[in-house]
Design a protein around this ligand. Structure first.
Ligand code: SF4
Ligand code: SF4
Length: 327
């Protein structure tokens, strides 16, 4: 085989690989254009489906399962029953409290009921999109992102749950010189984190509770991996790229003593830019109903940003920078 033959084969292999990557598909449940607050400037937010946690306060319950599913909006429903008739799988049942519930075990996500509903009361959440699809979408708004010093933020769900796809997507954005941020639970393998980190300009890292037993009770998983990954990140980053996000949930992690211990723990990490306290809201409550799920925190009152200002002072005393909310 001549050198030219070898070069030709290598070129073909590399072209095939590039094509393969472009066509790699991820499960996406939302895309928000022109968003602010999740990173600098104006940004495109890409929401990836699938999460290893199930936080009691999750505002995006439709993000948790790694597959598309049907969500039902009871307020739009006029009770015509067209969806029930359209379903060949007998997957829609009437329920006194939820209205029409989709039996996820029977549903094959054919979308017939969504088509049949003339009142926008049913929607398919979650769609496969390729890296090329997402690049094309973001390219359209590129000038807004560039002129504002913005970029893209991957969120979810847990974006690193779809590790291979997310890493290749980040690489693709970096090849186009787009600023990249991620919002992560930190609950992933170190290998995945290591594969992603070089392609990230900013990392929003959730820290939900300092105590492992409480963390397990409220999120369904231990915080050990999250702590280990934070340490690994801190040791391997060259610049301050981490913004810690603490969801402030009354009765769960809201005690001053708990917050104090979290700030003291986080103080050791020198790659943290700041801590953001995210006040509890219940904007996701209707989605639980739409998915036929019970929302345990439905009685919990939303928290006002102005009521948390004392945590900024507490942070100052301890020696960490605390901001309330992301803006
Ligand atoms: S998506 Fe298809 S299978 Fe699922 S509830 Fe609707 S009609 Fe039935
Ligand atoms: S088709 Fe739409 S409006 Fe009619 S019962 Fe089903 S969800 Fe409700």
């Amino acid at each position: 085989m001549t050198i030219s033959d070898r070069k030709h084969i290598l070129q073909n292999n590399s072209d095939n690989k590039t094509e393969e990557i472009k066509n790699l598909k991820g499960m996406i449940f939302d895309i928000k254009r022109f968003a602010t607050g999740d990173g600098p400037g104006i940004r495109g937010l890409i929401f990836l489906k699938g999460c290893p946690l199930s936080c009691k306060w999750c505002a995006n319950p439709e993000s948790q399962k790694f597959r598309s599913e049907i969500i039902y909006y009871k307020n739009n429903c006029v009770g015509c029953g067209k969806c029930i008739k359209s379903c060949q799988y007998d997957a829609i049942n009437e329920d006194d409290s939820f209205g029409l519930v989709t039996d996820q075990a029977k549903c094959v996500n054919c979308g017939d009921c969504v088509e049949a509903c003339l009142h926008d009361a049913r929607e398919t959440v979650g769609e496969e999109k390729s890296i090329e699809d997402l690049l094309n979408l973001i390219r359209k708004d590129r000038s807004f992102y560039d002129n504002s010093g913005g970029g893209i933020t991957l969120t979810g769900g847990e974006p690193l749950f779809q590790c291979e796809f997310t890493v290749e997507l980040l690489k693709a954005f970096k090849r186009e010189n787009i600023h990249t941020a991620i919002e992560t639970t930190g609950y992933t393998s170190q290998e995945c984190l290591a594969a992603a980190v070089d392609y990230l300009d900013l990392i929003f890292y959730d820290f939900k509770h300092i105590d492992d037993d409480k963390h397990q009770e409220y999120t369904g998983v231990s915080n050990q991996i999250i702590k280990e990954n934070l340490l690994w990140l801190n040791n391997n980053l060259k610049e301050e790229k981490i913004i810690i996000r603490i969801p402030y949930i009354p009765g769960h992690n809201s005690a001053v003593e708990t917050q104090k211990r979290m700030y003291k723990y986080l103080k050791q990490f020198d790659k943290i830019k700041r801590i953001e306290i995210m006040p509890y809201h219940r904007l996701g409550a209707a989605k639980y109903e739409g998915l036929g799920l019970d929302y345990e925190l439905k009685e919990l009152e939303p928290v006002k940003k102005k009521d948390l200002n004392h945590f900024v002072e507490l942070g100052e005393k301890i020696g960490v920078k605390v901001r309330i909310d992301s803006k």
